[in-house]
Structure formats: C-alpha cells, structure tokens
Design a protein around this ligand. Structure first.
Ligand code: HEC
Length: 128
C-alpha cells in the first residue's frame, strides 16, 4: 500500500519534471528559431547588397543626407573618423554591419535598402 502510493507520487513528480523540461526546451527552441531567422534575414540582406552594382553619385547624395554631420562633407572626419581608405581596414561585409548594426554609438544604425547600401559602398570605395 505504502509502496504503491509512493510510486504514484514519484510518477507525479517525474511528470512534473518532464513538463518543466519540455517547457524550457520549447522556450529555447523559440529563441533559437528567432535568432536563426534574424541572422538569415541579415545574411540575405548582405548577399543581396553585394550582388548589386552601386552608383558613386547616388551613394554620395545618400552620404550627404545621412553621414556628413559626423564624417564631414568630404568624409575626412569630424565626430566620426576619416573614411578614406576605409576598405583597407574593413571589408564590405564589415562596412555593411557598421552602417546597419548600430554597434558603435554615437553612430546610429541606418535602415538602408540593398540598392542604396550598395551605392554607399561604391561611394566609400571611391574615396581610396
Ligand atoms: C552621429 C554621428 C554619426 C553618423 C550620423 C554616422 N557616423 Fe559613422 N561613425 C561615427 C563614429 C563616432 C564612428 C567611430 C565608431 C567607433 O569605432 O567607435 C563611426 C564609424 C564609422 C565607420 C567605421 C570607421 C572605422 O574606421 O572603423 C564607417 C564605415 C562609418 N562610420 C560609416 C558611416 C556612414 C556610411 C554613415 C551614413 C550612412 C555614418 N557613418 C553616419 C559617427 C557617425
């Protein structure tokens, strides 16, 4: 009698534990999927940008409206650094991350579509 009731209680506890493990697992899965989707989106964005052939002229006009305040009208640097020969220290992927990531305050993150990002890259390359 005692043994059977204690094993029933044990079963119940085990079930509770499995429920918790399952919930934690589900939670981790959701987080994993979200991170994966975010990275996938970002990678697609970078791939798309690198495929395109930007225009220096359009890139410069974008630069004038968004970047000159900090990097200067000739990109020689003000609050932000001089961007000449930037492609010697950063590759295109890193430049895209710098512009869209917002990883180095006070520089904000920019939401730029792939075509305009490609134009910006072309402009930055033209500064070499
Ligand atoms: C609010 C000021 C600000 C604006 C606006 C801004 N930047 Fe910056 N940027 C900075 C600062 C400050 C840094 C240096 C960050 C650091 O490394 O700590 C920087 C760094 C960079 C770098 C990396 C330089 C290096 O030597 O590593 C690139 C590339 C860059 N900016 C491009 C741009 C472009 C393109 C735009 C416009 C779309 C832009 N920035 C707009 C402030 C700004």
């Amino acid at each position: 009698m005692t043994t059977s009731s204690s094993s029933a209680a044990e079963k119940k506890i085990k079930l509770e534990i499995w429920k918790k493990v399952f919930i934690v697992f589900l939670f981790a899965l959701v987080i994993f999927v979200l991170i994966y989707l975010k990275n996938y989106e970002k990678n697609q964005y970078i791939l798309k940008t690198l495929e395109l052939n930007g225009s220096v002229k359009d890139g410069y006009s974008l630069f004038k409206t968004n970047c000159v305040g900090c990097h200067g009208i000739t990109a020689r640097g003000l609050v932000g650094p001089d961007l000449h020969s930037i492609s010697q220290s950063l590759n295109d992927k890193e430049i895209i991350k710098q512009v869209t990531g917002g990883l180095t305050p006070p520089m904000p993150s920019f939401e730029i579509d792939p075509q305009n990002m490609s134009n910006l890259l072309k402009y930055l390359h033209s500064l070499e």
